[in-house]
Structure formats: structure tokens, C-alpha cells
Unconditional design. Sequence first.
Lengths: 321, 344
Amino acid sequence: MTITYLEAIREAQEKALRNDQRVYIYGQDVAAFGGAFKATKNLAKEFPGRILDAPISEDAMVGSAIGAAIEGMRPIIEMQFADFSVAGFNQIVNQAATLFWRTQVACPITIRLPSGGNPGSGPFHSQCLESIYSHFPGLVVMTPATVEDAYTMLLEAVEIDDPVIFCEHKYLYNRLKADSLPETGLPYDTARVARFGRDLTIVTYSAMVHEALAAADQLRKEGIEAEVVDLRCVKPLDVKTILASVARTARLLCVGESWPWGGVNAEVIASVVTQGFHLLDAPPQRINSKDTPVPFHPNLWGAHKPSSQVIAAAARKLHDW
Amino acid sequence: MLETLKGARRNLVSSASRERYIDAFHWMLLGRTAEEKLVSLWRAGKISGGVYLGKGQEAISSALGVLLKSGDIFGPLIRDQAGRLAFGEPLIDVFRHHFGSSTGLSRGRDGNVHRGNPRKGYQAMISHLGSLISVVAGALLARRFKGDTSAIGATTIGDGGTSTGAFHEAINMAAVEKLPLVVVVVNNQYAFSTPNSRQFACSDLVDRAIGYGVEGHSVDATSLRDCLEVVGYATERARAGHGPQMVVGSCLRLTGHAEHDDAFYMDKSLYQTPLGHDCLRVAENYLQEREWADQALLENWRKSAKEQVEEAAADAQREPLADPSTETWCPYATQRIADALLVR
């Protein structure tokens, strides 16, 4: 019996709906159809009236979730693709993110963003938007990389009192499998050392954790031991765990699938340089997707995002610096 | 269909009873008086940022405020001082919020018209027009989930706000869900400096209602009596389960966009049309015509409004202002995150 990353997301929603009457799901095609990716499969049957199909109106979807949250509900909004969430951007960053600051009334909404590329998805069904949402005060941005985290962190996302941008990676949906789901996990705001190593630290998150681990496997064969830190949640950022790792290895390589300019990698490097400059033996490095829209053709797409080979090459260079 | 609606309307008890009219008039007067005080405080440099007035729109705003009941949801906009007071906003909160008092609802974190008390169904607008409509709709969705079908929600918007995507999305969504939402569009002819002719191309904004599948109503927003009747009818239709209602009130903004705007661009001839009537004067005349008040009583009411306003402004001025040294600088409600930020 195995369970996929996608099934974990469905199971977490089912559990949240079962345990908490305040939870409902609103999004396009989420009810009878079960969601574009089937993340809400059969939930409408199980929880009649609590899974609602939304018009193609991201602004109104998020705005209504905010109003419902003010009234004590715990809405889960499914964006059909992360890329479409920017059509509701104003409500997310100006209304939801500021509500508690302005009024002392919490805004416990969860916005699920099916993120990242798949072969053939093109510029508007492939984006990773964790960096842009992390920029705004008041938002929590989660980027689970494992089946277990997808499950426990989504449950935490529903429970916490702030708006959560839940970046679930589409590439992992059916490729990642676990034997079972855990009852509990690490707290959402705590990074995890996915692999220990003495020679350099690779800080990454979401699908790139798996590319980094594959790179670390390759590097081990060459005698280089890479430590891989999975951020899990990019805002708030667990700088303590990152610094502890860099203190051990003295070398930092950041890997993310989003665009380079001012992103999560940039923030991690800025944090390490400003708070742990003395720990470093080499200039920190970063690998992002190329600074272009995400290309359609698999040949281009494969070269656009960071791969284990590119990560391994950068790690070698950093190791030898 | 149209005939049935007309029949239903004839059968309604008038919403413009003497008691309700006088109640609404009081809030109009108090709103106007409070805003006049805000202007003088702003000119004296006591208020940072802008002061945005509802002059000319008090009738429709106040009518909506008095027609909402305790437990209803209200999402007022820029020019709704009268309606906010009628809905239950304490007068002192108006001044606290404009001053940025540490005792105010947002403790200096936001100012002027961006205020509310969402726990009490009084929503706090952001600057992005149209974005509050779906919030009110969502609050109504929550009431439905919780089994409360007695409450309605209402929100206001201007002619300019009807051009936003948020307006369209929210009304469409509310119509799909058949929510008891009343959207009051106050067409005051100008969005900042932009006249209707550069804002929309339809002949009448109320025609949009049919496209959304909601009931639409037009009203002369300079007449409190008409506002009470028409907004009253719309709120009753919403309460009775007929889904979203759109009321389009017409009037003229009798002020600039804000106090810093002298409105030089406005077509002065509009003041000479019925649109340009000052709703407060119209209401005073009506009170006298019906012999519900005479000049002496009106003067008493004005005096009382002024006293209340002076007292609230003076009390608020004695309270401490927002203080960076006691500000938490924490935008998160989640205790775990707040604790971590405070430790840092």
C-alpha cells in the first residue's frame, strides 16, 4: 500500500473536513469533477455542500474566503494552477495579508497553489510563485517536498491563524510515494536536514530537494559529501537551521525552481551573509530557473530549471573554490 | 416577472416611516457635522494623510445604515460616514482612527476611511475598489454554512468602482450562490476627476443588474425618502431570499475627491440640475413639509450634533497617539510565529 504526494493532499483535506466543521473547499472544478488534478476526488460526495465549484474568478474566490474567515470559517481555496493565483493577487497580498495587522482579526485561509513545471506545461501552467508571495508581510508560504510534509503541513496550514500560501509541486504529485501517512511531523516552520554531509550545504525546497539529493548521490561517488537542507516553509524562514548547517560545512549553495531576481535563494544568501559571514569559506552560490518565462517544449523546459547535473556541477566548483 | 415585482413592491409597508426618517436624518446630520470637524482638524494639521468626505451622499448612506439590523454585515466605502454611524460605529472611533490614536481600531496602523470592526460585521475597506464586495459575500457564505439565514450583507461602491474586475467577479459569484447581498452603487458622476463618460458606455449602470441575474433598482440619492423606500425594498428582497440586489443611486459629489482636491474639473452646471441637490437640505425641507420638524427643532438637532462631535473630537485628542516603541511590529496572528518574531 503506497500513497502519493497528491493523495496525501487529498487525505489531509479529508481529515480537515472531517475534524473541523469550519473547513470548506472552494475552487474551480473541485466538486463533482474532483479538481483538475483530482486533489479533491470524492470529497463532494463525502461532505455534501462543503465543496463548492467556483466561477473563474480568482479575485472573488479569495475575497470570499477572507469574508468567511472573518466569520470564523477555515476556507481552503484551490487555485487550479499557481499561475492563476495572480488573478487573485490583490485579495491575497492587500486584503488577506494585511487583515490582522489592520483589524486584529485573524485571516485563517489556506490557498493551495499547484506549482512548478511538468513537461509540456508551458509558460502559464508551470510557475513557482513562492518568492513573490514571501515578499508580503502577513503571509505564510509553505513548500513541502515529501509526501509526509504535504500531509502534515497542509493540516497545519488549515489550523494556523494566518493566510497560508501552500505551494504543492505538480511534478511530485504522482511521482512521489510513501508507505503511509504520519500522525505528526516537524513543525511547519522548521527546516529539515534531508541528508547530512561535511563538505557543503545545499539549501533547497519543494521538488528541487529531490534534484539536490540526486546530485548528492552523484557527488558522494566522487568523495564530496553534500548536506541537503529542505526548507519546508520559506516564510517564515528557519535561518537557525541554515546557519547551523553552514557552520558545519562553510559552503552554501542555494537551489530553487523560481526565478532568480530577489527570490528565496537571494533571501537565504542574504541571511547567511549578514548573520554568518564568518562561517563561510567560499562565496555563496545560487541556482534558479533561467530568467525567462517557462518554456513549453520538454527539451527547453528540462534545460530551463535546475537539474541534478547542474546542481552537482555547481557543488563541485564550490567545493574546489 | 416585472409585473409581479411591481406588485410585490406595492404591497410593502413603506420603509420611510416618520421614526425611521428622523433616525436616518440624525445620522446624516451627525455624519456631515463630523466630517466638517475632520476638515478643520485636517486644515489645522492634526490629521495626517487625507480626509475623504461623503458630502452629498449622506442620504443613501444613512438609509442603508438604518435599514441594516444588528447581526447584518456592512462593508462601507469612502463616502459612508453617515452609514457607518447609523450601523453603530461609535463617534469617537472616527476621530481616534483619523488621528492614529493608540486607542483606535487599528492603533495608527491605518487611517481615515480604512476602518472597521469585522468581529461585529463592520468590514474594514482597503483602497482597492471593488475588493470588499466579495469579502461581504464570503461573510454571507459563512453565515449560510453556520445555518444563519436571517442576516443580509450590504456594501457600497461608486461609479468608478463598477469598472473593476473585482466588482464584476464578486457580484457574479454572489448571484451564483444566491447570497442575500445588497450592493449600493452611488453614482456621484465622478471617480476622482473622471466623469461617467470616460468610465462606462452603458446608458444606465442599473442595466448591468440584468446581466448578472440580480434585481436592480434605481433611486434619486438626493432624496432620503426615496432612498429609504428603494434601499428598504432591496434589503427586504434580499432578506426574503431573492438573492443579490443592486441599487443605483444618482447624485453629485458635493466636494472634491478628498479635502486636498478642489474639484476644479467638475462641470459646474451639474450643480443646477436635480443631481446637484444637497440631500441634507432636501431632507430638512421634507421634515418641515411633513411637519415632523420646524426650524427651531432643526436648529436644536444641529446644535446637538455639533456638541457630540466636539466632545468626541476633544476626547479622542486627549488619548495617546500610536507609538513605535509599543508597536509589536508583528503582522501575524499565529502565536508561534508572533513569539518567534518577538524573540528575534
